[in-house]
Design a protein around this ligand. Sequence first.
Ligand code: ADE
Length: 267
Amino acid sequence: MIFDVVTIFPDFFSSILEHGVLQRAQAGGQAEFRRHDLREFTDDRHRTVDDRPFGGGPGMVFKPEPLFRAVEALKAEAGSADFPVVLLSPQGRLLTQAVAEEFARKERIVLLCGRYEGVDERVAQHLATEELSIGDYVLTGGELAAAVVMEVVTRLLPGVLGNEESSEQDSFAGAGSGGAESAAGGVHGILDCPHYTRPAEFRGWKVPEVLLSGNHEEIRRWRRRRALEKTWRQRPDLLASLSLSEEDSGLLEEIRQAALEPATRHP
Ligand code: ADE
């Protein structure tokens, strides 16, 4: 998959491209990350990318011409216009795991990073195929958001995660969750269950007994219950949009009952 990032700060991405999953995907040939300096697509001596807003007001707005030129150059080079052109913006559709999965099926994606107070609306209307937000808060620019998109999409590309991580995911998918959770930590459907490692006791806090039991069925059920419980407590909105299996409905009922008795603590 090719990621074309259009930005006035190409160096911003150097560190994340040299580490972790993005570095691995690039080295393994599953992904290619290309940075395009927006100023290369200006036509004045000062390489101007922004201007004052019509109608007045504070701040500067990204001019349309450099962004249009940049994307048109990419389309000409690719010999195709058949890929998403995503404008990172707090006004966009919200990035979720489902959206990441949708992008991971594409061969190429263009990410347009805005800056300052905004981007000329004609970019959103006539150049971008969509606006995408990474959350209901305002960043100073689209670069951090683009980096988030690169990370969440790349880790879904076939062959990028190591065997261990992928097979863990498989075992979760096969556990009757219908793929509702991603073992590698993703929120898809419901939140992940808690995880523990050695030591079994740390400063008096013990790892739940069941995890040391070796009973795989009990462990699976405990994990599912804790994942549901965490979701019920922290993100009930996620449960509302889910069709629950019979087991999940039963576990949720147990969780609700237990919550009515504050003294009761499940193992
Ligand atoms: N640019 C500024 N804020 C943003 C956000 N929340 N998501 C995506 N791009 C942005």
